[in-house]
Ligand binder design. Structure first.
Ligand SMILES: [Zn+2]
Length: 91
């Protein structure tokens, strides 16, 4: 029996390609505790019960931090201008 390697195989490795495609569509993250691949949408690891939200940055959401900095800048900028103005007045 001669194996014709140059011919197209009637059974290409479609199974692996399909599995890779499915894995790529789902956002999987690696559990920090048990190193198992779990869905990113899951709140807890189904294998060890580790809370997956702990891996994400805690605290205020980004929009709240940005708006906080903007409000802080709106307060600080006039104070800085006032400080510079008073310094110039004393000369
Ligand atoms: Zn886990």
């Amino acid at each position: 029996m001669v194996r014709h390697s140059h011919l197209n195989s009637p059974f290409p490795e479609d199974d692996d390609a399909e599995i890779e495609a499915q894995e790529s569509t789902d956002e999987l993250i690696r559990c920090s505790s048990c190193r198992q691949m779990v869905y990113e949408d899951a709140d807890r690891c189904p294998y060890c019960g580790q809370w997956l939200v702990d891996t994400k940055p805690r605290g205020l959401p980004r929009w709240a931090i940005i708006t906080g900095w903007i409000i802080l800048a709106c307060w600080l900028l006039p104070l800085i201008y006032l400080f510079i103005w008073t310094m110039l007045q004393h000369r």
